[in-house]
Design a protein around this ligand. Structure first.
Ligand code: ASP
Length: 442
């Protein structure tokens, strides 16, 4: 029997998890059973993925940069990458603002529902506000200061410090390019091998993906709040979902126009990473799979993926910025505030920066939303309004975050001529794909 493609296996796992949990919630012992006996497997799966993130960044970025052979290539690729990332994030915020101004979901919230939501989620919201307070107290250059770790082991010891690990890896890679080739060779060989081992470990973890997502979704279903609250926020949720869907459309179009690859090529290539992003709500946990898909299934050279994707996972969050723009205006609408054009323009800047500052973990976008609200003068208590539906929307925005990283890496690869046909396994020294079937070469 032909083996089912990975994305179908993952989808089946997700659907089975939801159905299983829905059946079990009918029994008094059901939720406890899922929490005690199913959820731990989901946690183990996410942990295994996160476990790979730091070694993967170190291995692949050092290998990728040292492969570049000269620094000017790095700065060329770096400028393009950051430029396109910021460009797509601004497009996302603009789509968000347009949708929320057109649909006006906040006007559908009655005074009564507003009070209900605020009393139900006041406590949860205040812990997010407290988290954000810490960030707000920081000076304007704090982000730059945080980029440079004072101890690489301490930095690598915390997944939240991914940008610091990226900084070290780039710095190390540059050092490796600058020393004589003979001395550099053993170090480079080590990282080449190290990197292969990590990629193999990802393959092994992915064998468990269908079971991992089964456990994750089953646990989510038994933990989700009542459907009444969802209904009250339906218009807001739909607005975010339409915005996110449009953003996926933008990526497909960009990939099509810039790389001449058909939508089906892009979607089939990235689908397993999208499903994993949906199940884990974390771009960081999905990173290993995003890299594998873009490299091995879409033909982007490792030199590009190893640089563009880890940076993208931490700073490029188009789904998050789109959601922050919609959530901010929605809360203002629900409180009966009329936001001026000036305030909405301010949201473009703050949502772009807040999404860059959001960590690639579940719920991070909501913490940074506090900063967008504060800047626009919208009551922070409004966070309690949207709490009930944040997790499902987080799952969806993470899909967009990951898709955006993949789309940009394809565009950067095309622009620096590092893109081969799909399923390239080997490249020669000039970065030409080695294993193209004869008919494609002709
Ligand atoms: N969960 C998102 C991510 O990891 C961040 C967010 O909360 O928006 O990409």
């Amino acid at each position: 029997m032909k083996k089912l493609a990975l994305h179908w296996q993952i989808l089946l796992g997700m659907a089975a998890g939801v159905i299983f949990a829905l059946i079990l919630t009918n029994f008094s012992w059901g939720s406890e059973f899922v929490n005690d006996w199913i959820k731990p497997f989901g946690t183990i799966f996410i942990n295994a993925l996160k476990l790979i993130a730091v070694p993967l960044i170190l291995g692949s970025l050092i290998k990728g940069i040292s492969d570049l052979k000269d620094i000017s290539k790095l700065s060329k690729m770096g400028t393009k990458t950051i430029g396109i990332y910021i460009g797509t994030t601004i497009i996302a915020v603009l789509i968000g603002l347009t949708m929320v101004n057109l649909i006006k979901p906040g006007n559908a919230i009655t005074q009564e529902t507003q009070q209900d939501l605020i009393t139900s989620y006041e406590g949860d919201a205040s812990s997010k506000i407290a988290d954000a307070e810490k960030q707000k107290e920081a000076g304007p250059l704090q982000a730059l200061e945080d980029l440079v770790p004072d101890n690489i082991f301490a930095a690598a010891g915390d997944n939240a410090n991914m940008l610091q690990v990226i900084f070290f890896a780039i710095f190390f890679g540059i050092g490796l390019i600058l020393i004589p080739e003979k001395t550099a060779k053993p170090v480079k060989d080590f990282f080449d091998g190290f990197n292969e081992v990590i990629l193999k470990m990802i393959d092994l973890i992915m064998l468990a993906a269908p079971y991992g997502v089964f456990a994750l979704l089953a646990a989510l279903v038994v933990e989700s709040p009542s459907s009444d609250l969802f209904a009250a926020l339906a218009m807001y949720g739909i607005t975010v979902l339409i915005g996110l869907a449009l953003m996926i459309g933008v990526y497909i179009l960009l990939v099509w126009v810039f790389t001449k690859n058909k939508p089906s090529f892009f979607i089939n290539g990235i689908a397993p990473a999208q499903l994993l992003a949906f199940s884990t709500s974390s771009s960081a946990a999905t990173l290993p799979v995003t890299m594998e898909r873009v490299e091995e299934h879409m033909g982007v050279h490792q030199e590009v993926t190893s640089f563009v994707l880890p940076i993208g996972a931490t700073i490029n969050m188009d789904g998050t910025s789109l959601y922050q723009a919609i959530a901010a205006v929605f809360i203002a609408q629900a409180f009966g505030m009329d936001l001026s054009i000036g305030a909405q323009l301010g949201i473009i800047a703050t949502a772009t920066l807040a999404s860059i500052g959001s960590a690639a973990v579940p719920g991070a976008g909501m913490v940074m939303l506090v900063i967008v609200l504060a800047q626009a003068g919208i009551p922070e208590a409004g966070l309690a309004l949207i709490f009930a539906v944040d997790r499902p929307l987080d799952m969806c925005r993470t899909v967009v975050n990951v898709t955006g990283d993949a789309a940009v890496s394809l565009m950067v690869a095309k622009s620096v001529d590092k893109m081969g046909p799909p399923n390239v396994k080997e490249w020669d020294d000039e970065y030409h794909p080695k294993n193209i079937p004869a008919e494609e070469k002709a």
